[in-house]
Design a protein around this ligand. Structure first.
Ligand code: AMP
Length: 282
């Protein structure tokens, strides 16, 4: 059985109202669809944590940098609903673009600081789109807990900041990145890799884990990052947009004694891949 698809906001609100009246807890898992095991791991965590689970599917035009990328984004709504049915999802909320952004919609949520480097520097407007839609998804679903993947590390820090700053009554739950057997982080965009590209793609996580181990062993960060970047480019994973060591929470300069994160964005086969790993700085 497929998960029930809900489109009109009024219908979602009526369901949520009934659940709230019975004192049931509500989880939300925001997605852009084309679901894979990474998304499903979030849904399983949500199912284990809350009485009701809403998965949202909205390919948010405001967080894409080009109309072509938005148009090319995979859309597999029917298959998504089928994948979610057996997981006990109460609603797959698929709002219409016109209901999310009706004519006259003029409110943009901007989170500063964490959003400025890396993805923020390379994808102007992307995080405003994310912050605005996530805020609306929180208010539309009235979820008590929201589940996000560590795959999108900077986005996760943005969402934590947003929820704290706006005093939103939602708890943010982070879930580990799910990887394929060869280490590549699962992503809806991986579908667009050629077979040859998919074969080479594991060089990306390998470079990250290797660089993380070298930094943790005390090798100089700049030299490790330069070698990792050269290795990626030699493997045909190019251009490398960024490969940087950052503070794990603020995304600012990494500090000894605080969790750090090594983050990368690089191109393969015309597909933009992002990934990140933990680094413990002594
Ligand atoms: P997306 O559909 O790409 O917007 O992703 C929706 C949610 O799934 C986000 O919180 C992502 O971080 C999360 N996600 C995507 N890929 C993975 C993965 N490989 N492992 C864990 N979470 C993921």
């Amino acid at each position: 059985m497929s998960a029930p698809i809900v489109r009109p906001l009024a219908e979602l609100r009526a369901m949520v109202g009934g659940w709230k009246a019975r004192g049931e807890s509500i989880a939300v898992v925001p997605t852009m669809g084309a679901l894979h095991e990474g998304h499903l791991s979030l849904v399983r965590a949500a199912r284990a944590n809350c009485d009701r689970v809403i998965v949202t599917l909205f390919v948010n035009p405001r967080q894409f940098n080009s109309p072509e990328d938005f148009a090319r984004y995979p859309r597999t709504e029917h298959a998504d609903a089928e994948l979610l049915g057996p997981l006990g999802v109460d609603a797959l909320f698929v709002p219409d673009g016109d209901e999310v952004y009706p004519p006259g919609h003029a409110t943009v949520v901007t989170v500063s600081g964490v959003t400025e480097p890396l993805e923020g520097a390379h994808r102007p407007g992307h995080f405003d789109g994310v912050a605005t839609v996530v805020t609306m998804l929180f208010t539309m679903t009235q979820a008590d807990r929201a589940f996000f993947g560590e795959k999108d590390w900077q986005q996760l820090q943005l969402v934590r900041r947003l929820a704290a700053d706006l005093k939103l009554p939602v708890q943010i739950v982070a879930c580990p990145c799910v990887r394929a057997a060869d280490g590549l982080a699962l992503s809806s965009r991986n579908q667009r890799l050629t077979d040859a590209g998919r074969g080479r793609a594991a060089a990306l996580p390998r470079a990250l884990f290797d660089a993380s181990a070298r930094i943790e062993a005390g090798e100089p960060v700049a030299a490790v990052l330069a070698a990792a970047r050269a290795g990626l480019e030699a493997a045909g994973i190019a251009p490398v947009e960024y490969l940087e060591l950052r503070d794990g929470e603020t995304l600012g300069t990494p500090q000894p004694g605080r969790p750090a994160r090594l983050l990368v964005a690089a191109w393969l086969d015309g597909v933009r891949l992002i990934d990140n790993v933990a680094v413990i700085l002594r």
